[in-house]
Design a protein around this ligand. Structure first.
Ligand code: A3P
Ligand code: MG
Ligand code: MG
Length: 357
């Protein structure tokens, strides 16, 4: 039997007004500490405090405390947080799909991005990132290795965040942020309920920082901050590149309900030269007004809505299913790789909890 296939092209059919989207509401959260150990709390939440311009983003690279990303963490942490939430509520969440925000970003950007392929086994995904490869190529031509260029993003976060609200941190700490060892092991992850078209989603994803404090009212909007670095805009070419990047920035933040993105522009030598605050909600209209032709927000949403409808109809039986797109391909393919069971995607802990419910 041939595998069901969803055609991304022609993308013109996704034109028009946006399908309804649900505002993401945080239902749970969890943290990884500085050893990347899991905690069912907000202990790794960080507060935004503007960094000093002129900082060298390469500084401290030799001491970078880097998380080993070769270990596949599957959905384990997300499932732990969901189970804890369900225990509290005494009922199952109502989502049709549970995944990491990164996977949904791949799907929503699919009409305008064909460099990266992906594979998702049921809810789990592995991506073959051409982005990494491109960074390697760029690195070889330039002065900085791809590892250093990746470090710039984490260094920017370290320069822009505080572990507690501004009033509770000493001036000394703020002034010496530049000397602290940079690590990407700690993370705060938000778990939200959201929806695109008719599909209800439960997404988990990292949030970089908060502006003020979390509201006490459950489900109220949170003033999250997404931090991003980008090369200075010097000509039409770098402007076009930045406008393309804004699509990913927008999708990534929109999916978790992050209202503001702080972009740290850097020189070719990795010196932080400028900060720009961008309202996530304004990105689609600004792009449309500027006549950006490389992407369109409504088409991203309408594509995701149609694809998720199709996916829910196609994956109609138990077992393990694989969702994949080859780099450069204009189709997304679904195939059943196991007739029963759940592969190693769901944890024993989660299954045992669900049996009890
Ligand atoms: P920048 O995006 O500022 O370059 P995030 O922005 O999602 O919070 O990620 C923080 C940093 O992790 C990024 O900073 C980048 O350095 C690194 N990173 C994230 N995804 C990456 C990818 N696909 N390839 C290479 N580096 C990545
Ligand atoms: Mg982040
Ligand atoms: Mg970031």
């Amino acid at each position: 039997m041939s595998s069901p296939v969803f055609n991304i092209q022609p993308i013109g059919r996704f034109n028009g007004e946006s399908e309804p989207v649900k505002r993401p509401k945080e239902i749970a959260c969890f943290s990884y500490d500085d050893k990347h150990e899991f905690h069912l709390d907000d202990s790794s939440l960080q507060w935004y405090y503007p960094p000093r311009l002129g900082a060298d983003l390469s500084k401290g690279f030799d001491k970078f405390d880097k998380h080993d990303e070769s270990i596949d963490e599957h959905l384990d942490s997300l499932l732990k947080a969901i189970a804890a939430h369900e225990k509290e509520e005494g009922k199952k969440i109502d989502a049709n799909i549970v995944t990491w925000r990164g996977m949904m970003t791949k799907i929503m950007s699919a009409p305008f991005e064909d460099r990266d392929g992906f594979i998702e086994d049921n809810y789990e995904f592995k991506q073959f990132s051409k982005e990494q490869q491109n960074k390697h190529q760029r690195g070889r031509r330039g002065q900085f290795s791809p590892e250093v260029m990746t470090y710039w993003g984490y260094k920017f976060e370290a320069l822009s965040c505080l572990p507690r609200p501004w009033g509770e941190v000493s001036r000394e700490f703020i002034e010496h942020r530049d000397e602290r060892i940079v690590s990407n092991k700690a993370q705060y992850c938000s778990v939200v309920r959201t929806g695109i078209g008719k599909t209800v989603l439960c997404l988990g994803g990292e949030v970089d920082a908060i502006w003020d404090s979390k509201p006490t009212q459950k489900g109220a909007p949170i003033n999250w901050i997404e931090l991003k670095t980008s090369a200075e805009i010097r000509d039409d070419r770098s402007m076009n590149n930045f406008e393309r990047k804004l699509m990913k920035f927008w999708i990534q933040s929109f999916l978790l309900g992050v209202p503001k993105i702080i972009v740290g522009f850097r020189s070719q030598n990795g010196i932080l030269t400028k900060l720009e605050e961008i309202q996530t909600a304004s990105i689609p209209t600004t792009a449309a007004k500027r006549g950006v032709r490389s992407w369109d927000a409504n088409m991203c949403t309408n594509f995701a809505s149609a694809f998720l409808d199709w996916l829910r109809n196609t994956i109609n039986d138990e077992g393990v299913w694989k969702i994949s797109r080859r780099a450069g391909s204009s189709t997304i393919e679904v195939s059943r790789v196991e007739e029963a069971g759940h592969g190693s995607i769901l944890t024993e802990e989660f299954i045992n909890w669900r049996i009890k419910l």
